[in-house]
Design a protein around this ligand. Structure first.
Ligand code: NCD
Ligand code: ZN
Length: 427
């Protein structure tokens, strides 16, 4: 089908200022007309969107698709499927694969696999240090030329401040940036759950928030002194929010992302002792969640990133010390961020900024636009339709999420990528 008419949906795109009900006519993948009451030309598929919003599709700069090396957890095909089901058409894969993405040939491998699958744009981040060991820097120029969109040792921090400073300077000097998984492992030690009432009541090894906060502070200070950018991965604490507020006020080129789970779930998820609650950084307290929500609303936090981290069932069934941290997230991000819109933390334009515009700009790609002449790259979602998170609706290979069995409100109906429908809700 060459012609599509999306009828009666509420379009929101802060880039063009459009916020209202219009029809969208798509011909051979291109948006050719945005107007009220367009009559469908012959042989047009009409999509009824009267209960839906239509926005530019989303970009997730932090996912783990586990290829190469651990494709029993996820692969680029199943990862892409869950991305488009969540309304995403661009994702950035983390380099903590086996082997780590620390050479140009591995960067090209991920890009080529993503293109072969063809459902969405799959871009790799490359490691900061060889083998993610925290010591020798990778060949950043070559990795960037091969297509790496930024540098991170995610899964592990860069403990040595000298190495981090050099990495920041080098990545910045080639027009890229480093992103840090902020965790002082001397403080986090064998911690499993956020240090607080819950960890002590349950006797779970505690993981103090200062393990994250001290590293966030260090990175902000390094960025301020070097004048080079740094991106903070999965910010999770109220003190972290204060540190970033300060760093931004000082003119540091700091950006930060927050995950949907840190915006929505607390350490109370541990009450049934289920390791599905185990994630790095750990789920925190309600006060942290509130601080993160307001920071996202005010612009202190720039980006929502899922940190989609699939792990196999048997791995998540292990005892809490041995169970790997991480939870899947691509299909749940939109309903969780919509919950914040419903609760008036911010409006729909801000949702589009933090899920689409800002993350795309951060990695140097043009964010999709809902505009005549543009390729259709958009998501159509019903903000009030509820659904239950069940294993058979999860398109990821892994089902590790504490949300299993829970009801979420907000459902992706269609995702368009490069002018084509790459996801269509079955109901
Ligand atoms: C991530 C993973 O599984 O690769 N886990 C997680 O809990 N977020 C790595 C990481 O970001 O720490
Ligand atoms: Zn991480």
């Amino acid at each position: 089908m060459n012609l599509f008419l999306i009828k009666g949906g509420h379009i929101v795109d802060p880039q063009t200022g459009i916020n209202g009900r219009f029809d969208i006519l798509i011909d051979k993948g291109k948006i050719v007309k945005i107007q009220q009451n367009i009559t469908p030309p012959p042989k047009t598929e009409v999509i009824d969107a009267k209960d839906c919003f239509i926005t530019p599709s989303f970009t997730d700069i932090h996912v783990h698709f586990r290829d190469p090396g651990q494709t029993y957890k996820e692969d680029i095909y199943t990862g892409s499927l869950s991305a488009v089901a969540g309304g995403y058409t661009t994702v950035v894969c983390m380099p903590n694969t086996l082997p780590a993405i620390d050479e140009p040939s591995l960067v090209r491998y991920v890009i080529e696999k993503g293109e072969e699958v063809g459902l969405c744009r799959v871009l790799p981040a490359a490691a900061i240090t060889k083998g993610r060991k925290g010591q020798a820097l990778t060949e950043m120029s070559l990795l960037k030329d091969a297509g790496a969109v930024y540098f991170t040792d995610d899964g592990s921090p860069v403990i040595d401040a000298y190495v981090m400073r050099k990495a920041m300077e080098f990545a910045g000097s080639i027009g890229s940036f480093v992103a840090d998984h902020c965790e002082d492992i001397n403080l986090s030690k064998d911690g499993v759950a956020h240090e607080g009432e819950i960890s002590s009541a349950l006797g779970l090894p505690p993981l103090p928030p200062e393990a994250e906060d001290t590293m966030v502070a260090r990175d902000c200070v390094l960025s301020m002194h070097t004048g080079m950018p740094v991106h903070i991965c999965h910010l999770s604490t109220k003190v972290g929010v204060e540190i970033i507020t300060w760093a931004k006020a000082m003119g540091a080129k700091v950006s930060a992302e927050v995950t949907p789970h840190h915006l929505y779930l607390t350490d109370e998820e541990w009450l049934d002792f289920d390791c599905k609650a185990k994630v790095s950084p750990p789920l925190r307290e309600y006060e942290d969640i509130e601080a993160l929500r307001w920071a996202l609303a005010s612009g202190i936090i720039d980006i929502v990133a899922t940190d989609h981290a699939p792990h196999a069932h048997q791995e998540k069934m292990a005892e809490h010390q041995h169970c790997p941290p991480g939870m899947i997230g691509l299909q749940f991000a939109l309903p969780i961020v919509l919950e914040l819109v419903r609760k008036d933390y911010f409006g729909m334009e801000r949702l589009v900024e933090v899920m689409s515009v800002n993350p795309a700009q951060k990695i140097g790609i043009n964010p999709p636009k809902i505009k005549e002449g543009e390729k259709a790259e958009l998501v159509i979602f019903n903000p009030t339709e509820s659904w239950t998170v069940e294993e058979d609706v999860i398109l990821s290979k892994s089902k590790n999420t504490p949300l299993l069995g829970r009801k979420l409100i907000g459902k992706v109906k269609y995702t368009f990528y490069k002018g084509k429908i790459v996801y269509r809700d079955k109901q």
